[in-house]
Write a protein that binds this ligand. Sequence first.
Ligand code: GLN
Length: 538
Amino acid sequence: MSKSKTKYLFVTGGVTSSLGKGIISSSIGKLLTARGFSVTIQKLDPYINVDPGTMNPYEHGECFVTDDGAETDLDLGHYERFLNHNTSQANNVTTGKIYQTVIEKERRGDYLGKTVQIIPHITDEIKRRIQILGETQKFDFVITEIGGTVGDIEALPYIEAVRQLKWELSNNALFIHLTFVPFLAAAGELKTKPTQHSVKTLLESGIQPDILVCRTEHPLNYKVKNKVARFCNVNIDSVIESMDASTIYEVPLLMQKEGLDRVILKKLGLKSRKKINMQKWNSFLIALQNPKNEVRIAVVGKYVELPDAYKSISESILHAGAANLCKITVEWIHAEEVNKKNVKKKLSSINGLLVAPGFGDRGIEGKIIAINYVRKNNIPFLGICLGMQSAVIEFSRNVLKLKDANSTEMNQNTSNPVIDLMHTQKNITEKGGTMRLGAYKCKILKDSKSMKAYKKANISERHRHRFEYNNLFKDQLEKAGMIATGINIKNNLVEIIEIPQHPWFVGVQFHPEYKSTVDKPHPLFCKFIEASLIHKNT
Ligand code: GLN
């Protein structure tokens, strides 16, 4: 038996996908943190890609990037936003990573003489990855969310691995199963059968859930809870109702009300380290739900029909809205649909423009036209990564009059490559994990808008790109009024550009959206919203 002091919570999902395992895991993490425990959350993804970095957002939504440069599942964004704690490579495990490690070991001869099999070799590697966080970083709790739905073929090795782990960890582990209790309008009833079936599927794999979190659109009365408890072998206080909430940020409070954190502690024989403190969270929620003002922000990108593609951006906007006591109406505008004829119609009523990150040339001209409009009309602008690069292209074309100015990502033969492939990228041919990834330091110029936002000169932000601002054009751009206000001192890469003559025009090569949390809304987003509010009121 393991002597681990770390407690492991395994979160599985049944009945259907999209029940919100990530939000439930984050909410449990938040409540335990508020009770004085150290908590981290990990996601196990059953797909064979090594990471989601090579996947299209249509497949997988946003790719979230950690400080240590891991390209990960967007749920890690929720974990960070709820817990205000950095995740790392170890927080996202995929089948691709598991197999890669096992096959490398096999080639090295580590299993010499043996047949390498799913059990025990793949399951052992899964178990090792689950325990790394508890063992190396000594968390009180490691919450492990298992992607997919129980019964999926891909998830079987994970389910088997956690079954074994529970046996080894004994009282130091719990299974929390998230299911769905649908309301059948014709019968006028909540139906528990799908929950019974998904628990049965778990039982077939040797797992008895300790707690059931039941997602529902209607309150679960005593009778329904009792039925679920009886058929699924759990105590009635372990049947937790999870009603649809008006915002994901309400879920921790709903779970607290249902007693999910208390039942977890009770089952593990633990006492709360301190009286639960959700004061800051509550103030955030009150600010979010009681705005005093309203602004309209346009986000121009090429995946706007898919809300998950820009998850961290929309959450950062929301955090900054609450910080400014301001309701934000986001107008998602498809970059391919913006042209010179319609740009005024599309943007004249907005108070701020955010141009999103992206790859490839689809929609790039629409982004440039939108930026041209807000630059000329003094509308606040925040450009992120490709959004910043587009701002440099726009300024070069229309102010420096370099008509074919472009990024070599879009046109390799441009005579004015104002954005060009980074030197370090020139000989790279493999696509997976080879971008400039993770946190890099940046020094901010005095008196800039960025300095006013961050209130400090030295910052660190996360990156995910191959192309960069071309320093050969820096003198020209600065003389004409676009200033490089943030620089990576080590390699001289331009990280931030601004137009001081404009009320608020900031482009950043990095991704500030990965660092905005409920506890610490991101300063650039906050100032961008503040500037948009000023724009509205003048
Ligand atoms: N495609 C651009 C690059 O690779 C921008 C990337 C991004 O927006 N994340 O540099």
